[in-house]
Design a protein around this ligand. Sequence first.
Ligand SMILES: [Zn+2]
Length: 173
Amino acid sequence: MSDRSLQQNVEFIKYADQYKMLSGRIAFADMPRVAELLASSNGSVEAELKFGRDEQNIRIVQGRLTCDAELVCQRCLGNVITHLETTFVLAGVFSDEQARHLPKDYEPLLLVNGEVCVADMIEEELLLSLPMFAYHSNPDCGDISADADNDSLATEAEKDNPFAVLSGLKLTK
Ligand SMILES: [Zn+2]
């Protein structure tokens, strides 16, 4: 159920120089490293990618990933659907040396033979944005139909500071 356009290697330089855009879906089932962190590999991530050059002529890809991922609630061990939305900017580099000279807002994207595997890039970014822990928004966890929006707000806040979750754990003991 993944779009073919995302399951390919693309010539990064060409895509950036032509300001190409790619969008589509990749099934969690096609991303083994993500799937193993999920309660269920049902579903997919929606990706929008914009290749281009910035004002310093650095070739970049800007991405936005959106998905509803089924995670395991760490309180009741039931499944909790967590809405995730993440954006990123990656700059194509050919070497570690080049990566070190990037502006600090950019993450390096190491090109192999000038190419990037789009699906791998998306999987990598999704792995970085998955919350380490997920919880139902209802502290009693009795109501599985708990508001999904509240869940996503909670995980969004926790994402910035993984240790916030740990202090939360102590409080609930
Ligand atoms: Zn729960």
